[in-house]
Ligand binder design. Sequence first.
Ligand code: ADP
Ligand code: F6P
Length: 322
Amino acid sequence: MKRIAVMTSGGDSPGMNAAIRAVVRNGLEHEIEVWGVRQGYAGILSGDMHKLTSFEVSGILQRGGTILQTARNEEFKTPAGQQKGLRQLNQRGIEGLVCIGGDGSLKGALALHRLGFPVVGVPASIDNDLDGTNMSIGVDTAMNTILDSLDRIRDTASSHTRAFLIEVMGRNCGYLAIMAAILGGAEIVSTPEREISMEEIGKSLADAYLRGKSHAVAVIAEGVSYDINELAAYLRGKSDVGFDIRLSILGHVQRGGSPSAFDRLLATRMGVKALEFLLEGKSGVMTALDGREISPIPIEDAIKRIRPINPNYFDLARILAR
Ligand code: ADP
Ligand code: F6P
């Protein structure tokens, strides 16, 4: 292999830049040209890619977002789009691709692999929904951002004897929510894996109020079946809840910011390994954090289901909320 490409796709996550840098620098080590694709699959389809220099990736290790930019693209989901993308890569003499992104992006990578094009995926998504890896790039940073917000909200909540409903991201995966609840000391947590009904939340809040708590925090994963505004309206209509109700949707603040030490390390190790795997002739695999090692696992296994949450964490959240 003499020339490969690297791309970022789907929702950005802190640490994507560190991964790009690691691929490029390891490419230099092996005398391989690394081209950067701009804006994910949109850039593959339009041929928006260029050779990355060492200089271009200097000073990006600590930056959130992605210097290659990212995008969502419907055309690439079609067989015709995938064939078109393949032609664009072949026309430029690109012999392999490192795709950094979440589960959707890795589905696209798998499609290219099935067309015979060598691809290695790198899991990067704050949702931590890819299976087979202990962590995806960006989760740790997002978690720290959430905890910082939770701590601040608890200060104001307890000053006013209020209950706060806090919505966190994660799409259909409750990982960020359950961890935020345990590490941020929340009283209640509702996730798609273990949804707590609006009625139950009302009862728990009333209970906490009767026990004399100065505040209560409920972490609500964005993937639950009810809307957080609907939940707030329901709770405000109940006379026994006691607390004054406020809500906060943390939103995209969770996706930005400088990557944590953990994410920089994970992204750097995975970026280096992704190139190694391509050179070893591996394709259709994803770099996975497996114990202490970065191992290649089939992308098929990573996207088959949403990464399950260890049930012990739900017990932990309940015990610690007493
Ligand atoms: P993420 O990678 O963060 O999960 P998305 O689910 O939005 O983000 O996927 C990012 C992009 O990956 C999509 O816009 C599309 O271009 C591509 N993609 C998603 N699903 C598929 C699929 N089944 N086949 C081919 N490409 C896909
Ligand atoms: O997949 C990452 C993520 O931030 C999810 O947690 C969230 O549901 C989604 O992307 C938001 O997407 P957008 O940036 O398009 O609003």
